[in-house]
Design a protein around this ligand. Sequence first.
Ligand SMILES: Nc1ncnc2c1ncn2[C@@H]1O[C@H](COP(=O)(O)OP(=O)(O)OP(=O)(O)O)[C@@H](O)[C@H]1O
Ligand SMILES: [Mg+2]
Length: 397
Amino acid sequence: MTQENVLEALKNVTYPGFTKDIVTFGFVKDVLVNGTTVGLTIDITSSADEVKAQLRDEATSELKKLGFEQIQINVTAPAAPKQMSNSVSGKNIAPHVKNFVMVSSGKGGVGKSTTSVNLAIAMAMQGKKVGLLDADIYGPNIPRMMGVNGQKPEIQGNKVQPLKAYGVEIMSMGSLMEDGQSLIWRGSMIMKAIEQFLRDILWSELDVLVIDMPPGTGDAQLTLAQSVPVTAGITVTTPQEVSLDDSRRSLDMFQKLHIPTAGIIENMSGFICPSCDAESDIFGMGTTVPVAKEYDTEVIARIPIEPAIRIGGDTGMPVTYHMPDSETAKRYQSAASNLLAFIDKVNAEGGADNSAVQPTTPPGVSACSTGAGAASAPAKAAPKAEGESCGTGCGCH
Ligand SMILES: Nc1ncnc2c1ncn2[C@@H]1O[C@H](COP(=O)(O)OP(=O)(O)OP(=O)(O)O)[C@@H](O)[C@H]1O
Ligand SMILES: [Mg+2]
């Protein structure tokens, strides 16, 4: 057996998340063959342990198939960056924001935007510097819910000043477009828009940027995770089983994107009757607890169906700010405290790290030519015309 046989065999080992193999990438070095003994180095740019382990296992199995008995594989990778501050490892295109919180759901209409608004306001009321980014470019609702619809942000050079309400800085595609206008988004445009929201908006030095996502697990979620280290993910769900199935997808996405899961918000959980204050069960209550357990997380709030919440959203007068003594406002405040404690814990343990979701390639090798998603990318679910997005966030279009 020769060096060429070894390299040929290792062409069957693809780099996780890409279609290119480790030989083509130029990662395989120092191959030494001596009878049935082989030694080599795999020199990679990702420090993620799972990438290392997967490459070692697959390479070993390919070399065994060739007939080698002694296999010595040395995987070299940069040491995992550790930081004990609010900051981060991996890529961060908005370094002045200390923590990013992704509010997500598998299903539309379950209350992500309502949750994002009320959590952001609750954290601001608790003294934090908070921003709210409406990353739902298909259906931006945040301006109305925050009472800033119709207001146009100030442009400074090629940057945009966020709007402000209830102590929260706000940006939304809805504030940049004319009322009622709709845009048709291609995958690559979604990525650009999300990146610009992070790079070109003049956010202050924020403690937390809450990001209201479009429903599902698609390009917007992946781009966000590749652009900034997301400190905490929150999944919003309603209690019905059909909604829970979708929320599992959202929780699974957090795991794949290495986003620490802060918890589930069970929304529309029971009904508080405005005339009698009694709470009754409509969609079911408490059904999310087993799902939270499955994903080793917790339910951080149960928010009832309450007409005041819907009215607050429609009129731009969020319940957390305008009815601070209501049961619902108290639950949002408690969820916000929970979230802040979780963020502190993540940071105390070294901070969020998105280096494992980067399309890592050595200099001169294009990730885009591989065609597949980034490492650990979730199944793509965003509606997308054929051939319009590579889904990698690599900017290849
Ligand atoms: N707990 C609640 N009680 C009463 N109404 C609610 C509650 N939560 C949300 N709503 C209302 O339900 C509607 C949908 O909520 P929201 O827009 O927050 O959902 P979403 O998940 O962001 O939807 P989309 O997926 O379309 O972005 C809104 O009119 C909102 O005011
Ligand atoms: Mg929404």
